[in-house]
Design a binder for this molecule. Structure first.
Ligand code: ZN
Ligand code: ZN
Length: 590
């Protein structure tokens, strides 16, 4: 018998025992908080116009904040004023949704303050200065008539020279790694003001005079970008800051960004343990598969050597470089069909996912990613950005394709697209809380994507009977464990590099020898960990929290547990920290 969580919640609301007066207080406190949230969000966009545009709020499309002292003071004043405003509300008088929104707003404000006062990335991270992304969005996202978007593009460009002038003044002793990234990404983004803009102007209905004006200003913008790049290239930097964040800043950043019930160190310890467990599982599968692929008796004695040899064999099952993108496109309908057939979660067919070549300004960090239209752009396209292998040399491409082989490519699509990031984002945009839609928690977002990989395999995806598969093949499981090892080692790597001074050599040893990654992948990860901090922890942390919570609920509900309802209910809260979602779901169940 199916008994939905939703039905249970309904009962709990109907039988709710609040006294009338307590309910009234709650309602009026919530009403006040709702209108506060509206004011907060509008003010937030005024202070952060580019962020506003990126989530689809286009009122300030013509504005670009000059990153100088004045704007930092303005942001601090904004934080202080809103932290004061929050004090007017009693948490106990707020609804669950508003209570978590309160926490998210408070966390965001404190994180901003900490960023300006303590982390001070604006002094040492030159890659924080890059206007190209927000301008690219104005050309590629069809949220308003092209002529109007071009007009705002023109107005926003006016501040670009001052923007880069301030950037030059801010930079003190940048890290070498962030300097190199800034050069690469800013140069990569110039095409937005040249080719992309020229193409858009051709399609527009603006008159010649206006087109000339826009083109002239774009030229000045390109000069400003190039000037910044040149400055970074020639600037003297005798004592560059280390890209390693250090334990003190790291622990704080982990707390603000991950918002987990665990500390950074606790998660690190859990990851170390999980790595051992995965190695055991993988060894069992390797023993099982060995006779199918190799002569019995040729299995290496060392566990990790045997696993590696099996993975190497299975990795040869991969697509050709020129069909990488089409292979991804073809898999998406298969995933949807499987999910429907197994009744795992509702997939909204009216929100299409467009696969596209990764735009140049994104190059350099990840291989595939999702760009979502955000809470104000509900009808905008969701893009699946796929890095192109066209310009890669043969050896590098082969290494990449072996990494994203037949098995892993499917898991990547589960993670990035369906029912991973893409599906979660569709639900998040439906969430009634704009706060959760815009201040989304990364550990929940990544944790969900990582969770769905395992969930799909548990339900039989990757077996030999297509949509009717009841059991994933041992090959699929082995490769999945290898992939999961990646999230796990992301955490070990990030924590070790930023707080324990892990060398590149040791990092490569961890990734290549213990996580079985190809050289290209491991090099890419090293590059990523040297220009980001804490971000790599969110995968394993979120996954662990979601998976453990699901198992806890299953135990509690027994036969009444319904996987589809669990998924839809879990996502309905939007991108809140898992900790809070868990608290709310448990409370509603009672
Ligand atoms: Zn090959
Ligand atoms: Zn992800």
């Amino acid at each position: 018998m199916k008994k939905s969580i939703i039905v249970i919640i309904f009962y709990s609301i109907l039988t709710c025992m609040h006294t009338v007066s307590a309910k009234d207080t709650k309602q009026s406190a919530d009403k006040l908080f709702d209108s506060y949230k509206e004011r907060f969000v509008l003010a937030l966009w005024k202070v952060n116009p580019s962020w506003a545009s990126s989530v689809g709020y286009h009122k300030y499309d013509n504005k670009l904040v000059i990153p100088n002292d004045k704007s930092r003071m303005r942001e601090l004043a904004f934080c202080k004023a809103n932290l004061d405003s929050l004090k007017n509300f009693k948490l106990s008088e707020l609804s669950d949704v508003n209570m978590t929104d309160y926490y998210l707003i408070e966390n965001q404000l404190k994180y901003s303050e900490w960023g300006i006062k303590e982390q001070k990335a604006y002094e040492w991270d030159p890659s924080g200065y890059n206007v190209c992304g927000s301008f690219a969005d104005m050309l590629s996202n069809d949220y308003a008539p092209l002529d109007k978007r071009l007009h705002n593009f023109y107005l926003r460009m006016a501040a670009i020279p001052a923007y880069y002038k301030a950037a030059k003044q801010n930079i003190k002793n940048p890290t070498k790694e962030h300097t190199a990234l800034a050069i690469e990404q800013n140069l990569g983004g110039i095409s937005v003001f040249e080719q992309d803009l020229a193409d858009a102007l051709k399609k527009s209905h603006l008159d010649e005079k206006e087109k000339i004006k826009i083109t002239a200003r774009a030229k000045e913008s390109v000069e400003a970008i190039k000037g910044y790049v040149t400055r970074l290239k020639v600037m003297e930097n005798k004592n560059p800051r280390s890209f390693r964040l250090g334990k003190e800043l790291y622990d704080k950043k982990f707390a603000y960004e991950i918002q987990s019930g665990y500390s950074a160190d606790e998660i690190y310890q859990k990851a170390l343990k999980h790595k051992q467990e995965l190695h055991e599982e993988m060894y069992e599968l390797t023993k099982e598969l060995w006779p199918k692929y190799f002569n019995p008796g040729t299995m290496p004695r060392k566990k990790l050597d045997a696993i590696r040899q099996m993975i190497d064999e299975l990795s040869e099952n991969h697509v050709k470089a020129d069909s990488f993108q089409s292979a991804i496109e073809q898999q998406l309908p298969a995933l949807i069909a499987f999910i429907k057939n197994k009744d795992l979660i509702y997939i909204d067919p009216s929100k299409p996912l467009v696969v596209r070549k990764e735009p140049a300004y994104m190059a350099g960090v990840a291989g595939a990613s999702i760009s979502s239209p955000g809470p104000y752009d509900k009808n905008g396209n969701t893009y699946y950005n796929v890095g192109s292998l066209a310009s890669w040399d043969k050896k590098k491409a082969e290494s990449y394709l072996r990494e994203y082989n037949h098995y892993i490519l499917q898991i990547l699509n589960i993670h990035e697209a369906i029912p991973g990031h893409y599906t979660q984002l569709v639900y998040s945009n439906r969430s009634p809380s704009i706060i959760k839609a815009i201040l989304g928690n990364n550990a929940m977002i990544e944790g969900w994507a990582v969770y769905t990989e395992r969930m799909m395999l548990e339900n039989g995806y990757g077996g030999d009977r297509g949509v009717n598969s009841t059991e994933a093949s041992p090959e699929m499981w082995l490769m999945y464990y290898k992939w999961n090892l990646r999230s796990t080692c992301n955490t070990i790597l990030d924590y070790s590099v930023h707080t324990k001074n892990m060398s590149k050599e040791d990092a490569m040893d961890l990734l290549v020898n213990e996580a079985f990654q190809q050289q290209t992948e491991a090099e890419g990860k090293w590059k990523r960990v040297s220009v980001t901090q804490v971000q790599l922890d969110c995968y394993f942390t979120g996954y662990t929290e979601i998976y453990d919570f699901r198992q806890e609920l299953k135990n509690k509900m027994g036969g009444n547990f319904n996987l589809k309802q669990f998924h839809e209910k879990f996502l309905s809260y939007g991108s809140a920290p898992v900790n809070y979602i868990k608290e709310l779901m448990l409370k509603e169940m009672k």
